[in-house]
Design a protein around this ligand. Structure first.
Ligand code: ATR
Length: 276
């Protein structure tokens, strides 16, 4: 049996054990995949224990993605730019590689599962925290016409944008500046503020939403998120939550560890049932 685990604090809510068990069944791998919940200052000790006792790969969630970035012996280019690691993998030489599969999960969900186009589109991203940093490179590589980051704290968005501006047409604004865009200007709006976890919405002008505005929330739940309900109430016809991003990032981790890309669709359907 090959040993894997997901590390976070809290961790009880994590769907990763379910997802990886489904992927393993699908591809006939024999694995164990556990949860671990170290103290908030205890990531490195837990990671040393795990890899020291034969663990092969680890997923990392809040609040440990920066700890995992620091723990890794080497980083993939996308993890370096993301400034965060969600996947650690033991290498043949005994070293630990850090990767970040969140951007892959988001972009493949949007372009492959949902079939939405990013190339040439005007994209608005709400928020400028770690969740956004993890996906900006992959979004910009899809060559949107424009990618606008709107954030409560402008300075934070500016600092973040400075890391990615060489990759594409990136702009930052405060929420208060959004009414200056023409009605329906954005083809796609991606919500990545942590406010929505608490059921809050940033102040958004209603004119952002036209019937064809595609709305994506990086969070998910049994019920539609507050952002998606807001968009629906204004007539947005095309909406999706972040369940597909979650399964997509897991699939890319699985591929990194096992060398085979699992099927995302059946696992998304099973997880959606599981949530109800
Ligand atoms: P995450 O890893 O989930 O992105 P984070 O790094 O703490 O978490 O970032 C949280 C994001 O949600 C930030 O963009 C934050 O805005 P600020 O940069 O201004 O703090 C945003 N956010 C959190 N609560 C918010 C609220 N009540 N209204 C608007 N934006 C909020």
């Amino acid at each position: 049996t090959k040993h894997y685990q997901v590390v976070g604090n809290p961790i009880a809510q994590s769907k990763s054990p379910f997802i990886h068990a489904e992927f393993a069944k699908q591809t006939q791998q024999v694995i164990s995949y556990q949860r671990a919940c170290p103290e908030v200052d205890g990531f490195a000790i837990e990671a040393q224990r795990f890899f020291g006792s034969g663990g092969l790969g680890m997923n990392v969630t809040a609040p440990f993605k920066l700890d995992a970035y620091n723990f890794a012996d080497s980083l993939t280019p996308r993890a370096t730019l993301a400034g965060a690691v969600n996947t650690l993998a033991l290498q043949d030489d005994g070293s630990i590689l850090g990767d970040n599969t969140d951007g892959y999960g988001l972009v493949t969900d949007i372009t492959q599962q949902l079939g939405w186009t990013l190339k040439g589109k005007n994209i608005l991203v709400l928020g400028a925290g770690g969740a956004v940093r993890g996906v900006l490179q992959l979004l910009l590589e899809q060559r949107p016409a424009q990618l606008v980051l709107a954030n409560r704290t402008l300075a934070k968005a500016e600092a973040l944008a400075s890391v990615f501006t060489h990759l594409g047409p990136l702009e930052v604004v405060e929420f208060a500046a959004l009414p200056a865009f023409p009605a329906g200007h954005f083809d796609l709006i991606i919500n990545a503020t942590s406010a929505s976890l608490a059921g809050d919405l940033p102040p958004l002008p209603e004119a952002l939403i036209a019937p064809e505005t595609h709305c994506y929330d990086m969070t998910y739940g049994a019920q539609p998120t507050v952002f998606l309900r807001w968009a629906e109430s204004l007539g947005a016809g095309v909406r999706a939550d972040g369940l597909g991003m979650l399964v997509g990032q897991a699939a890319e981790s699985f591929r990194l560890w096992h060398g085979v890309m699992p099927e995302v669709k059946p696992v998304m359907a099973a997880l959606r049932q599981h949530l109800k």
